[in-house]
Design a protein around this ligand. Sequence first.
Ligand SMILES: NC(=O)c1ccc[n+]([C@@H]2O[C@H](COP(=O)([O-])OP(=O)(O)OC[C@H]3O[C@@H](n4cnc5c(N)ncnc54)[C@H](OP(=O)(O)O)[C@@H]3O)[C@@H](O)[C@H]2O)c1
Length: 293
Amino acid sequence: MARLLITGGSGFLGGHLTAGAALAGDEVTAAFHTLRPEGGPPVRWIRLDLEDERATIELIRRAAPEIVLHTAAMSKPDDCERDPERAKRVNARGSGILARACAAVGARLVAVSTDLVFDGKTPPYGEVDAPRPISRYGWTKLEAERAVLENAPGAAVARIALLYGRPALGGSSFSEWLRTSWEAGKRTALFNDQYRTMIGGANLAAALLELARSEFRGLIHLAGSERISRLEFGRRLGARIGADPALIIPASMADVPSLASRPADVSLEIILACRVLRTPFLDCREGLAAAYF
Ligand SMILES: NC(=O)c1ccc[n+]([C@@H]2O[C@H](COP(=O)([O-])OP(=O)(O)OC[C@H]3O[C@@H](n4cnc5c(N)ncnc54)[C@H](OP(=O)(O)O)[C@@H]3O)[C@@H](O)[C@H]2O)c1
């Protein structure tokens, strides 16, 4: 049992972490930014704005956590292209502030980064491969990684893959976007030329909580055990929940414009994670079965 603080507790991953840690009997403080989630496990909720340096430092000082799991971010690449200054303040500068605050109170920091620090041209990616982001989001997360590792001694940075699954408390995921679109009768264009090593929120939360309790420091990749295209993933989800296959439109990345550049294949290698952690990394069939039953 540990005194844990989870930033972004109202988000998709933070919600899974908050629920998982509360269930394990940890003393959890979960942070939201705009909206405090309703219901959920009996944890202490606090408001955190990573753009406010003094308030962030004061919050960490008062909460005096043993472990901080940092998931809060501007997490949508297109939002970061629209407001790059804010993305830099929240993702990069905010993570640096948090790292220094953790160092000041002696808290172990585990920060969440992304597969989008890679350009997608030479997959799969291990921890030793050179990051080369192609979006502002990717750049701000890479700066965040560096700020965490430079400022918080003993910190771990987990680069994670695209998330799926139902929300535990808040936020949404790739599979939930598909499910809700299909339920509303909307067709979804799914890329047959974009590959990810997607991971379910609950599976990832279990791995991150184990990582947080370990002594591992430095960079580690956490992802599902299967490389899969967005189209194939959508087909499997559709079959699992009984969606109309006509709502799935195969597409190429070139067919669908977006603000942020999207890498084709940022599959992550999880050799190190399988050595360091006992939590199994599920493939999509197992992960979908666990999330949509
Ligand atoms: N989603 C994915 O597929 C994916 C893939 C790779 C990496 N990641 C990374 O994983 C982490 C979690 O992603 P997610 O999908 O769970 O994100 P999410 O659902 O969008 O949640 C983001 C969280 O950050 C909080 N937040 C936003 N701005 C903030 C600020 N200025 N100060 C403090 N908190 C702030 C939000 O609070 P409110 O909701 O209260 O505003 C929310 O709790 C992020 O670091 C993301 O970069 C995600």
